[in-house]
Design a binder for this molecule. Structure first.
Ligand code: CO
Length: 216
């Protein structure tokens, strides 16, 4: 698929099919969006949130960047989070990493990659923090384990934002969790890090790092 004109044709066929299945689909969506989920994931073309989670337009609010980083000073990510929590009132936030992530792999090799190295610092920080876990693994397994650890740490960053902390303080039901996706089998896996309030944050974090508690 290389010709953009084909995308327009496919779009028309898709829109017709959607209306064929549900006549009011677009008019209803045009009125308002009411997604129940915020998805924070990697920009990788193989990890489209709607498709892999089986969701229609309108069902998930999405923020994606290289290697699903949630930095405390990223105004773009913070704006998405604020809108999702305060305006859309989503009740579930999912931070989803993926195995075979190019950004995570680049953070582990010792080569220079130009401008993106500044972004990859966030992931290198995660690697340095968990050096004991990574160093104990064979080299071939380190990138995928770092992809898991990165998803967990970025989820933790989301939990520590003033946005999520204040939502919890107001008693809003809001659950934040970390998942990871397998490019090779198309399956999402729970990383066993689920946080429903500030009291759960530290115990859930410790549990997510416990190798005995990990689901693979
Ligand atoms: Co990636």
């Amino acid at each position: 698929m290389t010709d953009p004109k084909l995308l327009l044709e496919r779009n028309r066929a898709w829109a017709e099919r959607m209306v064929g299945e549900d006549q009011g689909f677009f008019s209803r969506l045009a009125g308002q969006q009411a997604p129940r989920f915020l998805w924070i994931g990697c920009a990788d073309s193989r990890v489209p949130a709607n498709v892999i989670a089986g969701l229609d337009p309108g069902e998930v609010f999405v923020h994606r960047n290289v290697a699903n980083v949630f930095s405390h000073t990223d105004l773009n990510a913070l704006t998405v989070l604020e809108y999702a929590v305060s305006v859309l009132e989503v009740e579930h936030i999912i931070v989803c990493g993926h195995y075979g992530c190019g950004g995570v792999g680049a953070a582990l090799d010792q080569r220079g990659h130009g401008l993106i190295d500044n972004w990859l610092r966030h992931i290198k920080d995660v690697a340095a923090k968990h050096d004991d876990i990574l160093a104990a693994l064979p080299e071939s397994e380190r990138a995928d384990r770092l992809a898991e650890l990165n998803a967990i740490e970025q989820t933790r960053n989301v939990c520590y934002t003033s946005i999520v902390q204040e939502a919890w303080a107001r008693g809003k039901p809001l659950t934040v969790r970390a998942w990871i996706y397998g490019l090779g089998d198309g399956l999402l896996r729970d990383l066993n890090f689920v946080v429903r309030g500030p009291d759960e944050l530290d115990p859930a974090y410790r549990l997510s790092l416990d190798p005995g508690a990990r689901e693979r």
